[in-house]
Design a binder for this molecule. Structure first.
Ligand code: LLP
Length: 424
């Protein structure tokens, strides 16, 4: 996968722009994305699928900034959405609703209506109850809803339990053993058109075997359905391809597809994918500044201006993310010696850390770059501790574009109101 950051004599660059210039122009914390890395990561999937009819639906949840979506839409991407908010972003970014698949276990009738009105490609239906609501909703709109059933193939993705989704015990999808029955029910519904099948077994997979096992189970189901007179037009194998944060060796889209495509040779179904992380993670970073250094005898702390509200992955998944100074020299007058630090933020929680036990030669005032932060970074940020959310910047060569401004305190308060004065 293409990495956004390069180093020249210890100074970090994103494309041809020094990160130090971005930190001083926009302040910290700040998210920075590379347009070239984003594009190249998408194109890696496209070229791996050159010989197979396909639809690559970027999983919007991974990074939903409209400039990110615009970049991918211009390359022909479709989108995997999980809410109407995400669908409105896709529209705003110039994405084509006819290339949208709608995932999620809890779609509401009003979300279904809006998606039907815009003519999305497919609803990835996750339960029989959802199928019934969709049929009724489509009837009331005078529409036909194209449907794929998300099946749970009961495959262990061997990833963190919070991001593992294809096991029987998970809330997602319909048990693959019950799927044929649900398909037969769907085939009888007047406002449902069955067009596909999908699964998504988890995220940050670094091994191809679980993907292959899941697809084999899907294909057995597709053949069983054909025998029942139900022909599918597409097979959607979800997202989930992992990236390198530390020393993982995830397969490239190319080698992932060369394991998948032989199983689909001589078959007519269109292959649909829903990659998120593998497109955006290594196309982005988060910049932060060291506020204070502090030692309690046993431990050294680098207290930075970014917190778990800005980047929650380390706190929530014990995720390891690389963190590096952005410049070879220190900003302080003294030259720092290397020490082992926990890099922690301003939020009042022990779980508020970005990294633990890292050797860093830093002074207060230095800027640090949290690597691989382009996926599940800004999108998971919150206003906890009344902290305004960080800006997002897109670098395109030597051009730098602010694609979301930093929130203000006024933004934070804008939706709230005081109680009326008491009547006495
Ligand atoms: N399709 C569906 C139905 C999904 O639920 C997901 C991610 C994707 C596609 C995209 O998966 P990807 O290619 O990004 O692995 N916040 C967590 C990851 C949560 C993933 C949720 N579903 C993290 O930061 O590790």
């Amino acid at each position: 996968m293409h990495h956004a950051v390069s180093s020249q004599d210890g100074n970090l660059f994103i494309e041809s722009t020094p990160l130090s210039a971005i930190a001083s122009q926009f302040g910290t914390p700040c998210y920075v994305y590379s347009k070239a890395a984003l594009s190249n990561n998408f194109l890696a999937y496209q070229s791996a699928l050159a010989d197979k009819e396909h639809l690559i639906c970027y999983a919007v949840k991974a990074n939903s900034n409209i400039a990110v979506l615009q970049t991918l839409a211009e390359l022909g991407a479709g989108f995997d959405i999980v809410s109407i908010g995400e669908l409105e972003r896709v529209l705003r970014a110039g994405g084509d609703p006819a290339k949208v698949v709608f995932s999620g276990v809890a779609k509401t009738a009003s979300e279904m209506q809006r998606a039907l009105e815009l003519g999305i490609h497919c609803f990835n239906v996750e339960s029989e109850a959802e199928l019934e609501l969709l049929n009724r909703t489509a009837a009331s709109c005078g529409a036909i809803a194209a449907v794929s059933l998300r099946v749970n193939p009961d495959v262990d993705a061997q990833t963190h339990p919070y991001i593992s989704t294809g096991l029987k015990e998970n809330k997602f999808g319909v048990d693959i053993n019950l799927a044929a029955q649900v398909y037969q029910h769907a085939a009888q519904m007047a406002h449902i058109k069955v067009i596909g099948v999908d699964c998504h077994i988890g995220s940050q997979l670094v091994d191809i075997a679980p993907f292959v096992a899941a697809l084999e189970r899907l294909l057995a189901l597709v053949d069983e359905l054909a025998g029942l007179g139900i022909t599918l037009q597409h097979i959607d194998i979800g997202g989930g391809l992992g990236v390198r944060y530390e020393n993982e060796e995830p397969p490239s889209p190319q080698s992932y597809m060369s394991a998948i495509l032989p199983l689909l040779a001589d078959r007519n179904e269109i292959l649909v994918l829903e990659p998120g992380r593998s497109i955006t993670a290594n196309a982005g970073v988060m910049l932060t500044q060291v506020q204070y250094l502090k030692s309690n005898g046993e431990k050294n702390f680098a207290i930075v201006d970014a917190a778990m509200n800005d980047m929650i992955r380390p706190a929530l998944y014990q995720a390891w993310m690389d963190i590096q100074p952005i410049s070879a020299g220190n900003s302080g007058s003294a030259v720092a010696e290397s020490a082992v630090y926990d890099v922690v933020g301003p939020v009042c929680e022990t779980g508020d850390f970005l990294a633990k036990n890292r050797s860093l030669a830093i002074c207060a005032g230095d800027y640090l770059c949290l690597m691989s932060a382009g996926a599940y970074g800004f999108v998971m940020s919150s206003n906890y501790n009344s902290r305004p959310r960080a800006p997002e910047v897109m670098v395109d060569g030597d051009q730098v574009h602010l694609v979301r401004r930093r929130e203000t305190i006024e933004d934070l308060l804008s939706g709230e109101s005081l109680l009326p004065a008491a009547v006495r």
